[in-house]
Design a protein around this ligand. Sequence first.
Ligand code: SAM
Ligand code: SF4
Length: 340
Amino acid sequence: MPCPGFASCNAPLIDGHARRVTYLRVSVTDRCDLRCVYCMSEQMSFLPKRDLLSLEELDRLCSAFIGRGVRKLRLTGGEPLVRRDVRELFRMLSCHLASGALDELTLTTNGTLLSRHAADLAAAGVKRVNLSLDTLDPARYRAITRWGNLGKVMEGIAAVQEAGIRVKINAVALKGVNEHEIPDLVTWAHAHDMDITFIEVMPLGDVGADRDDQFLSLAKVRRDLAQRFTLTPSAHDSGGPARYLDVAETGGKIGFITPLSHNFCESCNRVRVTCTGHLYTCLGHEEGADLRAALRGSEADDRLHAAIDHALANKPKGHDFVIDRRGAATLPRHMSVTGG
Ligand code: SAM
Ligand code: SF4
């Protein structure tokens, strides 16, 4: 049975470069219980509640995209689990899994609140989560996140694994911060049956730090890892920007996301919606559409679909991030606004 209010339009989402969009990431809040040094400044001001999409608007928006061929939906933030009604949203969206319209419903989380949500996520049909963790050292974790408690994250990992949900670790490679710990992160993740992906710092938003000081090239990370492990290119393709290597010693995989190179733009199948309903068709560009106005402007979805189509026709071919010599952020938006 179709979900309530589902599929007022089912034309596939094809952009101006003939790429089909099948993957939607939606930020459900700009708030977070942490302040990671590469993501936020310590003093952040967050949006008033009225600016955020309501639960019903989020459900309507996601359902509209699913009706047009989105097969994978990721909720993110900010920290998605700090939003009070996020449980209900997962429950509402799970009907698309049950109907077969959606292949995967998932989230990206820092893991601090995961233990209390594990059972509900499993019940909603979540099979995998991406969990962001850059260090296994409690003091370093506190320093990177400014006040996080590593123990809570470890509890969260155990709870979701217990509930039958697979975990993938995402770690930002940070020069001189977790650089020397990267092989240990790999060993730990693989020993706990989790793949791990490393990410380069992207110049998104002013975080009160010099991006040049934070940036660690994954080419260097890979060279360092090759000193410790036997690495071979993996046939695995997640359909996303990561490139994978198999690790002979552990039997696990390591992913590398190098957003500053253009290697994944040609096959880009994704778009993002912020917690205020702004559609960004590329992480590195300002082009997009105000879907909140379209949602609030009419009870029917015609305006919404027209806004989506207009934005897709103008989806950029690729991004052009640069960490310039002064280390200034090239885009004013924080990652927590667009969602990772
Ligand atoms: N709070 C959740 C979390 O941390 O997983 C979800 C949102 S967070 C913005 C999503 C991902 O973006 C995290 O893996 C985080 O490490 C990454 N991230 C944040 N700012 C970044 C930046 N400037 N460059 C690269 N990755 C960044
Ligand atoms: Fe919060 Fe995630 Fe950003 Fe860290 S990376 S401050 S956990 S939104």
